[in-house]
Design a binder for this molecule. Structure first.
Ligand code: TC6
Length: 689
């Protein structure tokens, strides 16, 4: 036995306690320790039963992801599982926290499982582009049936203990805080009652019942095709459940191994595992140490009850933090509050909230028409119109109203936070918080650090964002920060490509096939082509202006780059095609055939290059932070790991060569960044900078 496992006798029950912080992941020392502890417990004549439990915050949270992709070392997990399953004495897994992935697969080889009410179990491997490769795909369907197993395996959702109890994933719940005593008592009862050594692998009825019913799988694939689009792992998980139904256990295990190895060596899982760690890394700020004091935020003020202000407020209400929301006009305030209520009620209708939850959240909201009501807030977020003069005016007023020691945040997508801060006498308390629309749904929060923003303000806003369910990324002041700055590159090229020879739907198709939820033109139609456009100032100088002049305003009036039917289904528009051809002709552009490959490279490579420029200028802390922005805020497909990771997959040298080629043909929009040149020359990786 090694340091991570401890074996003691509690009367006639052997208790194996695992202690490997932070989450008891199944690293080589843990596997070795478990193997030795189970060997000793099985061989100890004084032990009549064995309990496995964990110290610290959780039961085993899975394989040690940081070991993946490295060479084998230590005992195989299967050896530990075989010892447990074949033990001549009952083995009980005692679960608290989260029993996940390989951790839950270990629990599934115990003869029985007990849990405290707050525990959760699950097989979230699909989220890492994997499948449970330690028998999870073969045992789960035997316990809960293939239909439920398909749901769990392809969603990776955590399962609450009450549901786990009902479906037989755990056998008994024990009192919160008394897991050890409860589990030992349960084990003793098994011995006293002579209960059988239940092996999940031997259960047959549920898989047999599904045999000869291929429609179970066909229907499931069809119903989820949209959700699984582009991902390899869901299909591999489904195939494993098919194997569980159609093959004997040992054969199913072989199929599971084969499919697991395919995923493990592929680029999708590498990308998804990278993103798992990158997201956690983004929370770490080199010059703001973990122990930087955090300010208490008990009450938040939001200025503006429009789409952004309302969405931002909902985040705090949902986390139980009271919000005072201020608008200038009563109608706008009432409308904003009504929309928030409606959003919550829609969630309640879908069964994801109770009406009591809705009332509780809305009860935390204080609508107001007076900025003075923000005086005692711990943090105020301004979400007014994106205009520097207006924002500065608001901040100057706030400076005179809000108590000292409160954080003053601006929800801005482009503007200079230093200039906004200069409107106050306390720039160290000012910070940017760029929420993404819909702000109550989108995970990303770009947190903009001004030159003078204090460290405890940064630490507080980073921690607070996690509390409200966001993925925070700290960025520096520059036009459009990380996300919009890179988006501008893609948009510019998409617009140019349309004039040079591609159609909007060609570009949208290529980017959709790459994995984005929609292309830039479908996106523009959704947002509205006439945002910021006015008839009297329109000069027919961009395609977008011409479309607006022809009353093609986007989805909202059924005509934008596409034509829309009543159900908002889009079809390419012959009228738009003609407008484009005329427009290009007027500009003297000779159109040519543009390949899908060129569309992708022209749209994506300048983004990678811009990401490198952002890093070069120190506007993002690390390459992986750039990727986290794009995954969580702009629909970049997670299985492609973000623009920096993708650039490395292509090879920085290849991206550089293409940029140079495009620069020759199309000018300095493609000028390579010095950092891209350096990375390519030194054979480094952008996502590891
Ligand atoms: C699998 O099991 C495959 C099996 C196939 C057969 C072999 N490994 O998220 P937190 C670290 S696949 C290594 O901030 P929370 C994490 O990086 C795995 N490290 O905490 C962080 O480190 P830092 C299936 C891990 O309380 C620290 O622990 N399992 C692992 O918000 C704390 O993490 C999963 O996918 C790991 N498996 O949430 C579960 N897990 O402090 C993945 C965590 O240095 N884990 N770390 O930054 C989670 O979902 C969550 O971490 C949590 C705890 C719910 C367990």
């Amino acid at each position: 036995m090694n340091k991570v496992t401890d074996l003691t006798l509690d009367g006639d029950v052997a208790v194996i306690t695992l202690n490997s912080p932070p989450v008891n992941a199944l690293s080589a020392p843990v596997r070795d320790g478990l193997f030795d502890a189970f060997t000793a417990a099985v061989n100890d004549p004084a032990a009549k039963a064995i309990v496995l439990l964990c110290d610290g915050r959780t039961f085993i949270a899975g394989a040690d992801i940081s070991e993946f992709g490295k060479g084998p070392s230590g005992r195989a997990l299967q050896d530990v599982q075989a010892l447990m399953e074949n033990s001549p004495k009952p083995v009980v897994a005692a679960i608290h926290g989260t029993a996940l992935g390989g951790g839950f697969e270990v629990a599934l080889t115990a003869h029985y499982r007990v849990a405290v009410p707050s525990a959760k179990v699950g097989l979230p491997e699909v989220k890492l582009g994997l499948l449970p490769g330690a028998g999870g795909t073969q045992r789960l369907p035997r316990l809960v049936g293939p239909e439920v197993a398909l749901q769990y395996l392809t969603s990776g959702d955590f399962i609450n203990s009450d549901v786990a109890l009902k479906s037989g994933l755990v056998d008994e719940l024990v009192e919160e805080g008394k897991l050890r005593e409860g589990a030992v008592a349960f084990a003793r009862k098994l011995v006293a009652e002579g209960r059988p050594l239940k092996k999940v692998r031997d259960l047959q009825d549920k898989v047999e019942a599904a045999r000869g019913k291929p429609e179970i799988f066909a229907d499931f694939r069809k119903a989820n095709a949209r959700r699984f689009r582009g991902f390899d792992a869901p299909e591999a998980n489904i195939k494993c459940v098919e194997a569980a139904v159609n093959l004997p256990f040992a054969e199913g295990m072989k199929e599971e191994r084969r499919l697991f190895e395919g995923l493990m060596t592929g680029s999708q899982s590498a990308a998804q595992r990278y993103i798992f760690f990158a997201e956690r890394q983004a929370a770490k700020i080199p010059d703001v140490p973990e122990d930087t004091p955090v300010l208490p935020v008990r009450k938040v003020g939001v200025i503006g009850a429009g789409t952004m202000g309302g969405g931002i407020s909902m985040n705090f209400l949902s986390a139980g933090i009271p919000v005072t929301i201020v608008e200038m006009q009563k109608e706008a305030l009432d409308r904003g509050v009504a929309i928030m209520r409606k959003n919550y009620e829609n969630t309640a209708k879908k069964g994801r909230l109770t009406q009591a939850d809705v009332e509780k959240r809305m009860g935390l909201l204080t609508p107001s028409l007076d900025l003075n009501d923000l005086a005692d807030c711990d943090m105020v977020i301004e979400a007014v119109y994106e205009n520097m003069d207006i924002k500065k005016e608001v901040f100057a007023k706030l400076d005179g109203i809000v108590k000292q020691g409160a954080i003053l945040a601006s929800n801005t997508s482009y503007l200079d936070v230093n200039e906004i801060a200069s409107a106050t006498k306390r720039p160290e308390w000012v910070i940017g918080t760029h929420f993404f629309s819909p702000a109550n749904v989108m995970k990303l929060l770009e947190i903009v650090r001004g030159d003078k923003t204090a460290k405890d303000v940064i630490a507080t806003v980073m921690k607070l964002s996690k509390k409200i369910g966001k993925v925070p990324v700290l960025v520096g002041v520059c036009h459009g920060f990380v996300g919009n700055r890179m988006l501008a590159q893609r948009q510019r090229e998409a617009n140019k490509l349309v004039l040079e020879g591609a159609m909007p739907w060609d570009i949208d198709r290529v980017l959709y096939d790459f994995g984005f939820p929609m292309g830039p033109f479908a996106m523009s139609d959704l947002a509205g082509l006439d945002i910021g456009w006015s008839k009297d100032k329109s000069s027919s100088s961009t395609l977008r202006e011409v479309l607006c002049e022809m009353d093609r305003r986007g989805q909202k009036n059924g005509r934008g780059f596409y034509d829309y039917d009543e159900k908002r289904n889009a079809t390419p528009s012959a009228e738009v095609e003609k407008i484009i051809l005329d427009f290009a002709k007027k500009q003297g552009i000779e159109r040519r055939k543009i390949s899908d490959e060129e569309i992708l490279e022209r749209c994506i490579y300048p983004m990678i290059n811009e990401g490198a420029k952002i890093l070069e200028e120190g506007k993002a802390i690390r390459g992986s932070d750039v990727d986290i922005v794009w995954i969580n805020g702009y629909g970049w497909p997670v299985y492609r790991g973000g623009p920096m990771f993708f650039g490395d997959l292509i090879g920085a040298d290849k991206v550089l060569a293409k940029m140079k080629e495009f620069q020759q043909k199309h000018g300095d929009d493609f000028k390579p960044s010095a950092l891209l040149e350096k990375v390519a020359a030194e054979g480094k990786k952008l996502h590891q900078l």
